[in-house]
Design a protein around this ligand. Structure first.
Ligand code: GLA
Length: 467
């Protein structure tokens, strides 16, 4: 009789972490740190960082931003697997409106860009199982020089308009704010949105000017932590460091926002875009695609739909990764995950290869507790029993050699992952039977409870009774 038994399983998870030069990523099982308390905006939305798209980084105010584009993006979300990957919101940025309100003071969609209106667009997007977002500013006008009307002192009217169009997300910018206190302005729109009764994700975009990480959690679902990203490495890295110091403010329903993605816009290499995407995931940042996904290359799509990286971003624990260590321009980030694993990312922001090291202990993980052991039992047909010992050697500290394990192999932690390999030790235990007796059952010991987690290895037992 041979019964394979998984005696000790130490889970390992890995995200793909790219970068310039030597950049690697790994994750090992371990303990969770205590989550900081934060007062959440109680609208029940964005329990994981919002995923979707926004046209700004690719079109800005150009005429290519129009309803044909937005409908095409909705179509592509479905046809290219982005919806299945978790992308949901299709957000309009600045320049969607006419420059004047109508005679009753309501915002009017641009007659040339959106001749069918925003409600029709929302219907189309909803018909695809997706959601629609819109934009305005907490000022007299939005940011674009054309002078589109802003919502300052029109908060309830505009919130009602958005709700009447079945809009699901509002990005609320900071231009032309007339020096009115930011918390007052952003809170007013929060309340206006709430009054509509429609669930609308509320994205605060005041560029980190008024420490929104201090008040944002009770006002909005996300808040920008810095000025605008642009499609180059140094500006992107700047967004990371303006964002990574505010991790304690982030959590389900309230996120730091280092700005929209540039992946696919052409200004960075594929490796740099991979790093950009992975670092956004480690920071539990909103994943808003900023390139024209209708024309995305296979590389762009593969980065944006990398399910391992998205799973890190969308981890339900909602912890933003923090810097564990850094030396010059190399960083080690640590992000606890809901299943108890801790993701550790190594990030080299320079253009030269670098060696970055860390340890399980540095990441707050328990070291190997050494071997585990237990007692099993064979039951014979005559009712008598026979005990036998089963033990897990300390393979973590002393890797197996020779004939001890039946097989030692390496494996990749998750599909598609090319970064790491850990040992699986498979071995066979032989238990001699008592002479002339017929066994009727075998009870295996639970060795797993005696081996502490934190060991990046998997032990699989085969047991041969009576061979
Ligand atoms: C500001 C915002 C950008 C974009 C533009 C639109 O710069 O930070 O994200 O919305 O306005 O004009």
């Amino acid at each position: 009789m041979r019964r394979p038994r998984k005696a000790t399983v130490i889970t390992t998870v890995l995200a793909t972490i790219g970068g310039i030069g030597a950049v690697a990523g790994l994750a090992v099982a371990g303990v969770l740190a205590t989550a900081p308390a934060a007062l959440a905006l109680d609208n029940g939305l964005a329990l994981t960082p919002p995923m979707g798209s926004n046209n700004w980084n690719t079109t800005q105010c150009r005429s290519t931003f129009n309803e044909t584009m937005i409908r095409g993006i909705a179509d592509t979300f479905v046809s290219a697997g982005l919806k299945d990957a978790g992308y949901q919101y299709i957000n309009l940025d600045d320049c969607w409106a006419e420059t004047s309100r109508d005679s009753s003071g309501h915002l009017v969609p641009s007659r040339t860009r959106f001749p069918s209106g925003i409600k029709a667009l929302a219907d189309y997007v909803h018909g695809k199982g997706l959601k629609l977002g819109i934009y305005t500013s907490a000022g007299t006008h939005t940011c674009n020089v054309a002078g589109f009307p802003g919502a300052l002192n029109h908060e309830q009217t505009d919130a009602n308009t958005f709700a009447s169009w079945d809009v699901d997300y509002l990005k609320y910018d900071n231009c032309n704010n007339q020096g009115v206190d930011a918390v007052t302005r952003y809170t007013k729109m929060r309340d206006a949105l709430k009054n509509t009764g429609r669930p609308i994700v509320y994205s605060i975009c005041e560029w980190g000017k008024n420490q929104p990480w201090n008040w944002g959690p009770s006002v909005g679902n996300l808040w920008r932590t810095s000025g605008d990203i642009s499609d180059n490495w140094s500006r992107m890295v700047g967004r990371i460091h303006a964002n990574d110091t505010h991790a304690s403010a982030a959590g389900p329903g309230h996120w730091n926002d280092p700005d929209m993605l540039e992946v696919g816009n052409g200004g960075m290499s594929a490796t740099e875009y991979r790093t950009h995407f992975s670092m956004w995931a480690i920071m539990a940042a909103p994943l808003l695609i900023g390139s024209d996904i209708r024309n995305a290359s296979a590389t762009t799509l593969s980065i944006l739909t990398n399910s391992d990286v998205i799973a890190v971003d969308q981890d339900p624990l909602g912890r933003q990764g923090t810097i564990l260590a850094h030396s010059g321009s190399t960083y080690v980030y640590r992000k606890p995950l809901a299943n108890g694993d801790v993701l550790v990312a190594l990030f080299n922001e320079t253009s030269s290869p670098a060696t970055i090291t860390t340890t399980a202990a540095a990441a707050g993980l328990s070291a190997d507790a050494g071997p585990g052991a237990g007692t099993g039992r064979i039951t014979y047909a005559d009712g008598t029993t026979q005990q036998f010992a089963l033990s897990v050697p300390d393979w973590y500290s002393n890797p197996p050699s020779g004939s001890d394990p039946a097989i030692t192999m390496t494996y990749r932690n998750r599909s598609g992952n090319t970064q790491q390999a850990h040992a699986i030790n498979v071995f066979l235990v032989k238990v001699p039977l008592q002479e002339g007796k017929t066994p009727s059952g075998v009870t295996l010991p639970d060795v797993s409870s005696t081996v502490t987690s934190g060991v990046p290895a998997m032990h699989v037992f085969g047991i041969a009774i009576g061979d």
